[in-house]
Design a protein around this ligand. Structure first.
Ligand SMILES: O=c1ccn([C@@H]2O[C@H](COP(=O)(O)OP(=O)(O)O[C@H]3O[C@H](CO)[C@@H](O)[C@H](O)[C@H]3O)[C@@H](O)[C@H]2O)c(=O)[nH]1
Ligand SMILES: [Mn+2]
Length: 737
């Protein structure tokens, strides 16, 4: 405060942005690697075998693969060049804004009661209902694309239970506020009076869970329960997941004081939404559901800020809203900000993260690096949006200060029934016809990675996003726990991302002149996951097979050209180990991530590439395979022991097995040949190939175990073992040109 005598208040920012230390050292390192890459290219170029010489095409292939890897490496420098961090000051927010804080609408999306159990969904809902934020400013919306009355019933139960849960959370300041996560992590407190209360709430929670689960098990909802709420009348024998009218039910009306918690305080508004679904009408998956939520909420609460979450992502920090709001209401820079994205973290990651889901280095380095170029990605969940920018608005300087105190309850005096009726219309299939929804407004349609493309369009309308990774994780979700699921998810991502690259939204064209070049490049680090497949497949097949045939593809150890290969390889991996360790991974987790990197690129990325091309040619349509969030006990146990779960005879598993067996054959065969012939001179020429092939073999140890040693259900089926041995043998016999 104080000002300059004129009564003007001194400006104290509500958040800060800082460049991470070590930036110069990194840049020097990157330049040396770049020189190494150029030397490798030069070596390849100067040594291309002449027309009649052996292995000319194999050599040219190596050159192309290395050109791609080098080019991709250059692109990835964008996400390391400018790593910045954000620091919000929530104490200042409270003292400055008091009861003028903006209202927040929270969207939770679910799509299938079988693989996203309603009990999990309502734990997420309860966690966001109990934020440390004035409840009269919060409205929680559940979008149920499964259109399931079990989900509706679960939400109804949650609305009742919230009356005890919310005051309990606030009284004891507990974390996390998802009842499932909280009771799984904590035992009852020592002192007797609180212990009693604790046990009572736990019992209420468990009874509720039991009622929901038994209704699901019975496959129907009893008449007693149906009589509790008129909303059940929406479900009749004709309602199916793919075919039903819009359903909007306001379960808690936060405007009135009729619905209060056990301490007599107001509760957040709670709304159930199942948008209309018709077989002939495209529903556009999650993007469609988000757009329906944006419209329905604008009719009911119309908060200026929206938090969007997947149904498995519970709130792990009850102050997260306050921190996010700091960015939006900062007097100097807040009006430019469109969204605040939090990292997508998971609560079920094991110590050494076998499927490399944790992606700590991606969260702490790459995504903060993109933010350094004002290009933070929208990741689909754990993201706070400015309603205006996600709605389709362009940034303009004149918007300053509009955010502060929009309070819907003062403006909206319609009854609950009137609101529901008005909202239903907005959730109908026909509503979007001939509108800009899915194009210029809301989330963009037609891409399985609707989040990334939407983020890009928002930035191109002039807004600035923020990436914020707080010390205490703000949201925690469920990571896939079988290899199959992990790869299906990765395939959807790579496919969706590559599709963006090939569409009119390609950052180098669409975003040219609108966002920084560094940000355009950073987008491409992800958009180009899929094309990594082929150079990688080439690199794990050809050098190994050539080694078996005694054909050198790399310089010999005694040559000076050997050095750039050695340097680039060692420097790259050393850097990636340092990154992983500083971001909190174990060394073994880093090693596991290398295996997953190989598996993802040779399977998920390859399929993503092929499917994107066939889609582009019009042979197939966009799909969205939902990641399962439940598994059997058996599978869970193996996951906790960090044993890889193959367990299927899918094409992906066959490819993984074949590549592993092929390299084993080549490695053993190659070594035997060298030892047999005692030709050390030749060994000198093949050192790098032996090392490369040997590394692939060591990386694949868990695959060999699953092929030849294990007996559990997660092993690789013997039909696949057979196929992979035959295929690998055929490849070994293949002549090289
Ligand atoms: O038709 C659909 C399909 C999915 N969902 C919801 O979308 C969310 C994400 O689906 P999930 O199968 O869990 O995908 P993930 O791979 O975990 O999702 C990541 O990647 C998606 C894009 O591929 C983003 O939409 C997500 O926000 C992001 O978390 C879930 O809450 C689903 O209920 C719908 O609402 N409607
Ligand atoms: Mn998910």
């Amino acid at each position: 405060m104080g000002g300059h005598g004129g009564g003007e208040e001194e400006y104290l920012p509500l958040f800060e942005t800082k460049l991470v230390k070590g930036n110069v050292a990194y840049k020097i390192y990157a330049i040396t690697v770049f020189v190494g890459i150029c030397l490798i290219w030069l070596y390849r170029f100067l040594h291309i075998p002449r027309a009649q010489e052996p292995a000319r095409w194999a050599w040219i292939g190596m050159f192309m693969a290395e050109l791609w890897f080098g080019f991709y490496w250059i692109i990835t420098q964008s996400v390391r060049w400018n790593v910045t961090r954000r620091y919000p000051f929530k104490e200042k927010l409270i003292s400055r804004y008091g009861d003028k804080l903006p209202a927040v609408d929270i969207f939770v999306c679910t799509a299938d009661p079988k693989i996203e159990p309603p009990t999990m969904v309502i734990s997420t809902i309860l966690s966001v209902m109990s934020y440390n934020y004035p409840p009269e400013k919060l409205s929680v919306y559940l979008s149920d694309d499964g259109g399931s009355e079990f989900t509706f019933y679960a939400l109804l139960e949650a609305s009742q239970f919230s009356k005890q849960w919310v005051p309990f959370c606030k009284k004891f300041s507990i974390e996390p506020r998802s009842p499932a996560a909280y009771f799984a992590q904590n035992s009852s407190p020592q002192d007797t009076t609180s212990a009693q209360e604790w046990l009572a709430v736990k019992k209420l929670y468990e009874d509720m869970k039991c009622r929901i689960e038994s209704a699901i098990e019975n496959g129907s909802i009893s008449k007693d329960i149906r009589d509790q709420h008129t909303g059940f009348s929406e479900w009749n024998s004709e309602v199916t997941k793919q075919d039903h009218q819009s359903i909007v039910q306001i379960l808690i009306d936060g405007r009135t004081l009729d619905e209060v918690d056990d301490d007599g305080r107001q509760l957040p508004t709670l709304v159930y939404l199942a948008r209309e679904k018709r077989p002939h009408c495209r529903h556009n998956f999650k993007a469609g559901s988000m757009n329906a939520l944006i419209r329905v909420s604008s009719e009911i609460s119309n908060a200026p800020i929206i938090l969007n979450l997947d149904c498995d992502m519970y709130s792990n920090h009850s102050d997260a809203i306050q921190e996010a709001v700091c960015f939006f209401v900062d007097e100097e820079r807040g009006h430019k900000i469109c969204y605040v994205q939090y990292p997508q973290c998971f609560h079920n990651i094991t110590t050494n993260d076998i499927y490399s889901n944790g992606a700590n280095a991606v969260h702490e380095i790459e995504l903060t690096g993109i933010d350094g170029f004002d290009g933070a990605l929208y990741g689909g969940t754990g993201c706070f949006h400015r309603r205006e920018s996600i709605f389709g608005g362009k940034y303009s300087k004149n918007h300053r200060g509009e955010m502060s105190s929009i309070l819907f309850n003062k403006m909206n005096d319609r009854t609950v029934r009137e609101l529901e009726a008005a909202a239903k219309v907005l959730a109908n299939c026909s509503y979007e016809k001939d509108t800009q929804w899915g194009k210029e407004m809301g989330l963009v349609y037609g891409h399985p990675s609707e989040d990334i493309v939407t983020g890009l369009t928002i930035q191109c309308r002039g807004w600035k996003p923020v990436y914020y990774s707080p010390e205490r994780k703000a949201f925690l979700g469920v990571a896939p726990i079988t290899l199959d699921q992990a790869l299906v998810q990765y395939k959807r991502w790579s496919e969706g991302l590559f599709q963006i690259f090939l569409s009119k939204y390609c950052p180098f064209i669409y975003a040219h002149g609108k966002i920084k070049l560094g940000a355009q490049m950073a987008y491409c680090v992800y958009l180009l996951w899929a094309p990594n497949a082929f150079p990688t497949i080439y690199y794990v097949i050809i050098p190994s097979v050539c080694m078996l045939h005694n054909i050198p593809l790399f310089p010999e150890v005694s040559s000076l050209w050997f050095l750039p290969f050695l340097y680039v390889y060692v420097a790259r991996n050393a850097c990636s180990i340092v990154e992983a360790l500083t971001c909190g991974d174990t060394l073994k987790a880093w090693w596991n991530s290398q295996r997953m990197w190989l598996i993802r690129r040779t399977t998920a990325c390859a399929f993503a590439f092929i499917d994107t091309i066939t889609r582009q040619l019009g042979f197939s349509q966009t799909a969205f395979v939902i990641t399962a969030k439940v598994v059997d006990e058996d599978v869970l146990e193996r996951y906790q022991k960090e044993t890889m779960e193959f367990g299927s005879s899918s094409v992906m598993v066959t490819i993984i097995a074949t590549l592993a067996v092929l390299n084993l054959f080549c490695f053993v065969g190659g070594i035997v040949k060298i030892v047999w012939g005692m030709d050390l001179n030749f060994a000198d020429h093949l050192v790098l190939q032996i090392v490369l092939c040997g590394l692939v073999v060591v990386l694949n140890v868990p695959v060999y175990q699953a092929l030849f040693v294990r007996h559990d259900k997660g092993r690789i089926p013997s039909s696949v073992t057979f196929k992979s041995v035959v295929l690998a043998s055929l490849v070994c016999l293949m002549p090289v040109y």
